[in-house]
Design a protein around this ligand. Sequence first.
Ligand SMILES: [Zn+2]
Ligand SMILES: [Zn+2]
Length: 342
Amino acid sequence: MSPSTILGYAARAAGQPLEPFTYEPPALGEHDVRVSITHCGVCHTDIHAVDDYYGITTYPFVPGHEIVGYVSAVGREASGLKEGDRVGIGWQGRSCGQCEWCLKGEEQLCMDIVQAATWLPYGGFSSSVIVDSRFAYPLPDAMPSEFASALMCAGITVYSPLRSFAAAPSRKIGIIGVGGLGHLALQFARALGYEVTAISSSPEKKEQALAFGAHHFVVSDQASLSELEFTFDLLLCTASGKIDWVPLLDTLKKDCKLILVGFPDVEFNSTDLVAHQLSITTSFLGNRARMREMLSFAHAQAITPAIELMPMSQVNEALQKVRENKARYRIVLVNETEGTRT
Ligand SMILES: [Zn+2]
Ligand SMILES: [Zn+2]
């Protein structure tokens, strides 16, 4: 094993537990940086990819895309970063740079997005990762690495649509789900000036939802939601799995929007949408400018992810907790190899 050998945790086949996996670092492209990983958050998308839910996973597969670490090597043409800089990296680690979306600065919509994933060839549950330097973001000095880690995917995922659709202050928003994404959405929405209602199937989350910034809390049962008919200007759904949509849609004012950022099961009767002229829209990651803006906004507004730290060697226990919805609210894996800076 050479000194540059990378130690990661890989699934060998769909749905399998991760196993230690070593590999030689891929060649450093001229715009690339190599980053020695100290922290990596666990996202539902990692589990979907391990399970090949999207039908695009190649094995052995090393998940992980909420990365914080230190730059350990810099490609010839990479500018703006130097060895030793602390950076964050999210789901997107590169882009084609040539399609209409990349040329417009909307790289998250790159036509080659599948190839743009940070986890190709291998992701952040690992000692190092190589990405295009333009997708490695310098972090505010005082921001704890575990906070930055959770912001790199969960943070940008909720911040971007809240920013895009924010308009007049005191717009009423309902945030569906108080979990890894939802607990950050409550904080960002409050800081952006919305009147925020947390909507959760778990009544025991009320106190925490209010502490995260919600003005109001409602349990997502039919009786409670029926009291909120025509209340919200915007609904942001951060939950996944099965959802009873009809009473939720009835809480939207006419001609307003539901935004999906997670991957819930959707089943709508078109009448429920058309008769109130409702729109459903979605949001995927954010462009590079939005990513930098999100980090500085989070820092200025003291957005505080609720983090459970676990050693990276316990990656399978961490994934299991996320599968069972038991993470409170984001698990961040800490690399025991920190300090060796491979
Ligand atoms: Zn993610
Ligand atoms: Zn592109």
